[in-house]
Design a protein around this ligand. Structure first.
Ligand code: COS
Length: 380
């Protein structure tokens, strides 16, 4: 067992840390308040290679491993979890999905531009009545020979308004259940594709979340990903990697709140001494550090599984389940350590607390992760 990072890992981690501190931090409170999408910062992240971290350089990516992706996600999320989710969706749901399962034509046409950040991607699985119960897709795609006719509504789509390329999951044959589902590449601007209003959210307010509508959109046959009926497995396999990204986001949120609380505890005085000298605060910090370290081990183990070509369905579910729980619990503790100041936006921890909640919901709720984990241990 070797827990050390390589020089390349340290380099990318430090680049992400520097970028987060210098570029993301200055405007993060305002973007959260006004729900501003960080357009220019996404361009800068693209220049740093963060939009296609794991993609093969022959398709415009940075050619790095999943550990590197986790390190970048943690550093970005420590400061701005909204910027981090834009990166996560583009990397692990869209770029990975296309690189692993797309045709050469799809890779040349879309992946090369998504990996460089020239285009932004979105992943469209959730519907008003199909979030956790992903097989119950109501969006339909009828085979019309040269094209599929796509109709339906998708909800809570990250990058929904800003994306150029959308991977849309739809039912092509209701009778076949999960085998009658396909994934399609839909471009913004295709006739009949409408972006609905932006959601007004509790957290990750700098990210762009919309409902999407498809009314008789003609999707060319060559935009179907994989063999007929592969869509559900495509979504499941892609989401397993996505869960590593969200687990890393949760880890970063928790670590960010912890670092702020640790620093504050050494500055703030009550009863004539720094609050870190009170055991009530020191013990909170000890618990935070311990639980965050445990979460990091789970996240890294899952990333390692993926890099080693092992199955990571269960380890990614465990990483996301635990890291998101730690993020929620420990950001609440960070607010507590900050006291009244924790309730004020200027100190960042209240935002991290609000941002933490979504990590227990999207890319599979904590309850879904428990389904995945329990099924896997029960069949062993
Ligand atoms: N990799 C490959 N195939 C998978 C898979 C995976 N990770 N998970 C399931 N499958 C396959 C199954 O093997 C099965 O195939 P066969 O019929 O050929 O045996 C098929 O997919 C159906 O699987 P299953 O019967 O397990 O489907 P369920 O309806 O019971 O759903 C859960 C399984 C709950 C795990 C799934 O619906 C899920 O993950 N839901 C959450 C989706 C989600 O994350 N939503 C958030 C939206 S993105 S923000």
């Amino acid at each position: 067992m070797d827990f050390s990072l390589t020089e390349e890992h340290i380099m990318i981690r430090d680049a992400a840390r520097e970028f987060a501190q210098n570029e993301l931090l200055p405007g993060v409170i305002e973007r959260d308040e006004k729900q501003h999408f960080p357009d220019s910062l996404v361009k800068k992240m693209a220049n740093l290679g963060f939009m296609g971290i794991m993609v093969n350089p022959k398709y415009g990516g940075s050619g790095m491993d999943t550990i590197s992706y986790v390190l970048v996600m943690e550093e970005l999320s420590k400061v701005d979890a909204s910027a981090a989710v834009i990166v996560s969706v583009n990397n692990s749901l869209v770029c990975y999905g296309l690189e692993a399962f797309g045709s050469e034509y799809q890779k040349q046409k879309y992946l090369t531009k998504l990996a460089t950040g020239e285009l932004i991607g979105a992943f469209c699985l959730s519907e008003p009545e199909a979030g956790s119960d992903a097989t119950s897709q109501k969006t339909s795609a009828i085979d019309k020979g040269d094209y599929y006719l796509l109709n339906g509504t998708k909800n809570w789509i990250t990058n929904g308004g800003r994306a150029d390329v959308y991977l849309v999951i739809a039912q092509t044959d209701k009778e076949k259940g999960s085998h009658g589902i396909n994934a399609f590449i839909v471009e913004k601007g295709m006739k009949g594709f409408h972006v609905g209003p932006k959601e007004n959210k509790l957290g990750i307010r700098g990210s762009d979340t919309h409902t999407l509508q498809f009314n008789d959109v003609k999707v060319p046959k060559e935009n179907r990903i994989g063999d007929d009926g592969f869509g559900f497995k495509f979504a499941m396999k892609t989401l397993s990697g996505g869960r590593i990204g969200i687990a890393a986001q949760a880890l970063g949120i928790a670590q960010g709140a912890y670092e702020l609380a640790l620093k504050y505890s050494k500055e703030r005085k009550t009863f004539g001494t720094e609050i870190s000298n009170h055991q009530a605060i020191a013990f909170k910090l000890a618990d935070m550090h311990t639980e965050i370290s445990a979460a990091r081990h789970l996240v890294m183990k899952s990333a390692w599984d993926k890099d080693q070509g092992k199955n990571y369905d269960t380890s990614s579910a465990m990483a996301k389940l635990y890291a998101s729980k730690v993020a929620m619990k420990q950001t609440v503790e960070a607010v507590q350590i900050f006291g009244g100041n924790g309730f004020v936006k200027d100190y960042h921890v209240e935002r991290l607390m609000r941002d933490a909640k979504i990590t227990q919901i999207y890319e599979g709720t904590s309850e879904i992760q428990k389904i995945v984990i329990s099924r896997s241990i029960l069949k062993e």
